[in-house]
Design a protein around this ligand. Structure first.
Ligand code: F6P
Length: 545
């Protein structure tokens, strides 16, 4: 089994780690003027720089050996060709078909899915155009506001992409409601007019508790404000569950389907992004898909040593399984990518936060890293202290555009300088000797230097990848997301886990269902443990005050 081969490689990789622990990136850069060109890939308006890592050619080759023995090629082709690789749910994994060339033939169970995809895309395009040009009318005429109600993959993808592509918005205003906390919906109610709002209920299953609650509350709100018979036109649905969308009262002509082979966190390419298409228009949405398709072809054709998502995955393995670093920061120096870290949290952590392999045995190594992050430069004034001087080493991804979408060049130059400075500082650090010399030059006394110097030392040698792209446009966004999708895929193969199920979210959902009658007080049943029982009792007391 591939994972045994991976385990054997880990022994070799640990020897490389021990060897490299005796040197620093600073020394490696000094000793090799070609280090950047050796460890970077320029491809499609994008530079992927992985030179600031604890790597040399020998360790990199050893990492590539992991990729070669893990069975990536076979599994990759199984995914792209529609085989059932999500074994625990008995499903194909075909988000890549959603952005494949329209003349491709991709079959699931002997059925060509490309016609289905084209049919739904045409329906989405017609509807999005009609909403955008005002031909689709609701009670008060043209739609002024679109509210996407969904959660997880039915929210994070479209919400992230809508913000990222704000410069291309020329449709109605878009809002996103995900949390069952009434605050989420209440804030949106404050800024929309019922007469001109379209609610899009986005839910693959159309059973998700939070989404259904929010959708029902939105419908009640409209029913209070409008004529009951007019409310239907204010709803559209994105789902695989036609029976449930009909039961909710959403007409089939405003229901845009997808299929069980599109995982929730991989659904941004599907009907789930109707709100994005309405915001930026079908043409730009097509460019978004084109960008992803280019990443697919890079992933399928480039040698592992020149394959960005494969290298991203291997670096993750290197730090998680060989160096024991637990978290991974995603730091976009691109304010409109503010939701990208949250999007990647679901993509990476729901996909690879698994403890058993496909055959049910425990994975003999650590899996999915903890992904987190915030845009720069804001993060610099918040948590970077720990990244620079804390006791944990946190590999980082810096993302930055060469061209800004806004016409304030002084801002962009400052942003870029900060981004480059951070990865440089993490790599170089500052030695005790350098700190002492600096303090002496500033006129500090010997005694003060001794006291202050240790606090000002930066260990350095802290790893980061930089993704420098020409400009954040629909196509580039598609490329970036798809690169991370394939990174997650490769890691899943190496760990021998199923990256496409999410059983880990089920227990909490079931317990919440059981607890509803206890919270409502409609049962005399007891909570399963004394902590929950105690908290419920305290809740009853406090809520009745
Ligand atoms: O609870 C996890 C999850 O199933 C995610 O995987 C999914 O993206 C989200 O819930 C929303 O599910 P749905 O689209 O079916 O409402």
């Amino acid at each position: 089994m591939a994972v045994n081969a991976v385990k054997a490689h880990l022994v070799t990789l640990k020897a490389h780690r021990n060897r490299l622990a005796r040197t620093t990136m600073r020394e490696m850069f000094a000793g090799d003027p070609k280090r950047f060109s050796r460890f970077s890939i320029a491809w499609n308006r994008l530079v992927f720089d992985y030179s600031k890592h604890r790597l040399d050619a020998r360790a990199f080759d050893a990492l590539l050996d992991v990729a070669k023995t893990a069975g990536i090629k076979a599994r990759r082709e199984a995914m792209f060709s529609g085989r059932i690789i999500n074994e625990t749910e008995g499903r194909a994994v075909l988000h890549t078909a959603l952005r494949a060339p329209s003349d491709d033939h991709i079959e699931v169970d002997g059925h060509d899915v490309m016609d289905d995809i084209a049919r739904v895309r045409r329906a989405m395009t017609r509807f999005a155009n009609a909403v955008r040009n005002g031909k689709y009318e609701v009670t008060g005429g043209a739609v002024s506001d679109v509210v996407n109600i969904g959660i997880g993959g039915s929210d994070l993808g479209p919400a992230m992409a809508t913000l990222a592509l704000a410069p291309w918005h020329d449709g109605p205003k878009t809002h996103f409601v995900s949390n069952v906390d009434a605050a989420d919906l209440a804030e949106v109610f404050k800024v929309i007019r019922p007469e001109t709002t379209l609610f899009i209920v986005a839910s693959k299953t159309f059973t998700t508790q939070e989404t259904m609650r929010n959708a029902q509350t939105a419908r009640d709100w409209l029913q209070r404000k409008l004529k009951r018979s007019d409310v239907g036109a204010h709803f559209a649905a994105l789902s695989t569950n036609l029976e449930a969308t009909r039961k909710f009262g959403i007409a089939d002509e405003r229901t845009f389907g997808f299929w069980d082979w599109v995982g929730g966190r991989y659904s941004v390419w599907s009907a789930i992004s109707l709100s994005v298409m309405i915001a930026i228009g079908p043409k730009r949405f097509g460019e978004f898909l084109d960008g992803a398709r280019e990443a697919d072809s890079h992933f399928r054709t480039a040698d592992y040593g020149a394959n960005s998502p494969v290298i991203m995955a291997l670096l993750g393995i290197w730090y998680r399984n060989v160096w024991g670093f637990e978290t991974h920061a995603v730091l976009p120096y691109d304010n409109r990518l503010a939701r990208f870290p949250a999007y990647l949290q679901q993509l990476e952590m729901e996909s690879n936060g698994k403890r058993v392999m496909m055959d049910g045995r425990a994975v003999p190594m650590d899996t999915g890293a903890i992904v987190w992050g915030e845009p720069g430069t804001n993060g610099q004034h918040a948590f970077y202290q720990l990244i620079h001087q804390g006791t944990s080493v946190i590999p980082c991804d810096f993302l930055v555009a060469a061209q800004s979408n806004d016409h304030l060049p002084e801002h962009h130059e400052l942003l870029l300088a900060n981004c480059l400075a951070q990865s440089e500082a993490l790599m170089l650090g500052k030695t005790l000797a350098e700190v002492k010399a600096e303090l002496a030059q500033s006129g500090f006394t010997e005694k003060e230097i001794k006291r202050l110097a240790p606090h000002k030392v930066f260990e350095g040698n802290r790893p980061s990848t930089t993704l420098l792209y020409e400009r954040l446009d629909p196509k580039m966004l598609g490329t970036l997301i798809a690169l991370y999708e394939h990174k997650v895929f490769v890691q899943g193969v190496i760990w021998g886990i199923n990256s496409f199920d999410q059983w880990g979210v089920e227990l909490g959902k079931a317990l919440a269902r059981d607890l509803i009658p206890l919270v409502e007080g409609s049962t005399k049943a007891m909570a399963k443990d004394s902590s929950t029982a105690g908290l419920l009792a305290a809740y009853r007391k406090m809520s009745s005050r």
